[in-house]
Design a binder for this molecule. Structure first.
Ligand code: ADP
Length: 282
């Protein structure tokens, strides 16, 4: 028995050391990934700002505006630069989240108003894809203390994804509920759920989709449209969304019965936010 015990003990020690070494290796890889994003995003930002600025100047040039072909070419550059700008900004957000330097500029905010602003911003995409967007319970939600720009990013990401992963003619519902209605004192929270009738998510991927650069499906296979059906992206949107929600002292997670492009089980993204951001969160 003693020999067996000793054998087991040394086995446990050896395995623990292996695990610790694997963990250190993973930590190093993650740090390398983070350093890579920092360098790339900073290096790309300056030339991109130049391309963006000059292409916008070209667009407003009357000579170019009169020439239909040239105007179309310049529009292409402006759109491309804008898309790259968005990607680089997401990378910079990821760096801030990794380094815990994301700064929130909080004010009093109505989630109902925020969703309505996004609804009109996304109206052309919703119309084009014939997707209906309904809301429920948002107007009854109390106002919360939050960073309006940051939360707009979160819900823009969730709604854009819901459009992207729902086939034409589908539906999206945004539901709100006061989790602590009637409760006096203590921490109060609201929950907002963005539900779609789309292709759904494999249960094994439900957590991984929040890690940086993670995307389901073939990496090289993606259309570049922001709201095209299954149009890919860099896989940073949900990482940024989770970082922002957690910086507010909230939680975000996904639920889905599975990934099925025929049965369309849909997905639901839950966001829980406190009415007041706890000082420890910022
Ligand atoms: P991207 O930058 O590609 O939009 P995200 O971080 O927003 O990256 O999403 C990561 C992955 O999560 C996507 O590639 C997609 O596979 C999956 N995903 C996100 N939202 C949904 C959704 N509403 N329905 C199905 N899959 C989704």
């Amino acid at each position: 028995m003693r020999r067996l015990n000793e054998g087991l003990e040394s086995e446990v020690i050896a395995r623990t050391e292996e695990l610790e070494s694997a963990y250190r290796h993973l930590e190093l890889l993650d740090r390398n990934k983070s350093d890579f994003i920092t360098v790339v995003s900073h290096e790309l930002r300056t030339p991109l700002t130049l391309i963006h600025g000059f292409s916008q100047m070209l667009r407003s040039d009357p000579v170019i505006a009169e020439d239909e072909l040239r105007a179309k070419e310049v529009e292409g550059i402006v759109n491309g630069a804008h898309r790259l700008h968005t990607i680089v900004n997401s990378m910079l957000d990821v760096v801030k989240i990794d380094h815990r330097t994301l700064h929130l500029n909080c004010s009093t905010l109505s989630v109902d108003y925020l969703v309505e602003v996004l609804r009109s911003r996304l109206a052309p995409a919703l119309d084009e894809r014939r997707i209906t967007l309904t809301t429920q319970g948002l107007s009854d939600l109390p106002e919360i203390e939050a960073d309006p720009d940051a939360l707009t990013k979160v819900f823009n990401e969730l709604l854009t994804n819901a459009i992207k992963y729902t086939p034409d003619g589908g539906s999206i519902a945004v539901e709100g509920r006061d989790m602590t209605e009637g409760q006096k004192g203590g921490d109060r929270y609201i929950e907002i759920v963005v539900r779609d009738s789309g292709i759904g998510i494999d249960p094994q991927a439900l957590e991984m989709i929040f890690t940086k650069f993670y995307r389901t499906g073939e990496v090289t296979l993606h259309s570049s449209g922001r709201t095209k059906f299954k149009g890919g992206g860099p896989g940073l949107g949900l990482t940024v969304a989770r970082g922002i929600v957690e910086a507010h002292g909230g939680r975000i997670w996904a639920e889905s019965a599975g990934h099925d492009e025929t049965a369309l089980p849909g997905s639901a993204f839950h966001v829980v936010l406190p009415l007041i951001v706890p000082p420890s969160a910022m």
